[in-house]
Each structure stands twice: as structure tokens, then as C-alpha cells.
Design a protein around this ligand. Structure first.
Ligand SMILES: [Fe+2]
Ligand SMILES: [Fe+2]
Length: 204
């Protein structure tokens, strides 16, 4: 089936459209077709799409830090790499602020939602709360709550969250730091998203 003249192009030339315009009309065969094509599409495209999200910010201006969010992300990942952290932690560092501009108030949850199914519970926990752990380093920020992280004191992942922000977040805004290029991290991002996703709990 060729599809509507204004239809988006198919990813592969031998694929087929489901030409119905309401999901209510899809047959089981239609869903099976979509499922097959979807599996290949995500395997090829998910990591590349995430990398494009970050790459799109490469030349962004900054509101005052000496580096933009892209360079902060690269410095964080490069330092994690040079410290010998494992590949998952390096990718988590690279993507921990992927939502910082689009979703500033909830950017930790943004990253946790993006990566949570593919990383350890330790990293999902840290990502979700990292901005709150950062507060302890913002000594003179008018809204930072130095005590905010204390509600999680004693949690098994508390020390990792504290270490991550101390080493790879609060001090990774240095314009003189020689970062590895994004291309260096691309195979790592692809390997992470190629992991079988963990089931994520439904919202309440
Ligand atoms: Fe952040
Ligand atoms: Fe950050």
C-alpha cells in the first residue's frame, strides 16, 4: 500500500502503512504489522534520536554559565570516563541534564524517565533526585535548600547521588576543560539503549 500522498515516508522501502486513520479501526493484522516494523525502527532509531536531542543544543547560547548545557554534559561524561566509571555511569553523566532547558523544574525526572528502564535502580534513583542533591553545593543560591537531601540520608543510593553531583555535576562548567567529543560516546549510548528495558511501574 502506497499511503496517502501527504503521508510521511516509510523507514524502509518494503514496509507497509496501516492506512486507517483511527486506531479503533486497526485489525489484529495491522497491529502485528506495526509491531514488527516498530521493533526494527526502535532498534535502529531510539539511541540516535536521543543523541540528536543532545546534539541539537551544541551551539546554544548560555544564560550565564561559561558553558552551555551541551558542554556541561560532555564535561560530566568525560570526567566520568577518565575516572574509570563503568559505561552505564558515563552515559548517565552524558544525559543527566538532557531535559535541563525543555523541562527545568523536573529535569531530573525527565532524565530518569528517559533512562530508567535501561539503567540500574541506583542510577534511576540518583537521576530523579540529582538537582535536589545539587542544592548542598549552591551555598548562596537564594532558593537552594541545603537540608533538602537529608530526607534520604541512609538510603542505599544516597552516597552515589552525593558523589555524582559533587564530582560530575556541580564542578563541570569549566570552559577550559578538554572534553571528549560527542562522537566518542555514541557507541556507548547505542549499547545502553540496546539493553532489554526493565518494566517500569504504572503511574498511580
Ligand atoms: Fe541537573
Ligand atoms: Fe548537571
Amino acid at each position: 500500500m502506497k499511503g496517502h500522498p501527504k503521508a510521511s515516508p516509510l523507514y524502509l522501502p518494503d514496509w507497509q502503512y496501516v492506512e486507517k486513520t483511527s486506531l479503533e479501526d486497526f485489525t489484529r493484522a495491522d497491529w502485528n504489522l506495526l509491531g514488527t516494523q516498530r521493533t526494527r525502527y526502535y532498534a535502529d532509531e531510539q539511541a540516535k534520536h536521543v543523541l540528536r536531542m543532545l546534539a541539537a543544543s551544541e551551539h546554544d547560547a548560555t544564560f550565564g554559565y561559561q558553558v552551555n548545557n551541551y558542554r556541561h554534559s560532555l564535561q560530566s561524561a568525560t570526567m566520568a570516563l577518565r575516572d574509570g566509571l563503568d559505561e552505564e555511569d558515563v552515559v548517565v553523566a552524558l544525559l543527566h541534564d538532557i531535559g535541563f532547558i525543555a523541562c527545568p523544574q523536573r529535569h531530573g525526572e525527565f532524565a530518569a524517565a528517559l533512562l530508567g528502564a535501561y539503567v540500574s535502580e541506583r542510577n534511576e534513583w540518583m537521576l530523579r533526585r540529582h538537582a535536589i542533591f545539587q542544592d548542598v553545593h549552591a551555598h548562596h543560591h537564594p532558593d537552594a535548600d541545603q537540608q533538602a537531601r537529608e530526607r534520604w540520608r541512609g538510603h542505599p543510593h544516597f552516597e552515589w547521588a552525593a558523589t555524582f553531583v559533587a564530582r560530575y555535576d556541580q564542578a563541570t562548567v569549566d570552559p577550559a576543560y578538554e572534553c571528549a567529543p560527542l562522537e566518542h560516546f555514541e557507541p556507548m549510548v547505542k549499547r545502553l539503549f540496546a539493553r532489554p528495558p526493565r518494566p517500569m511501574p504504572l503511574p498511580d
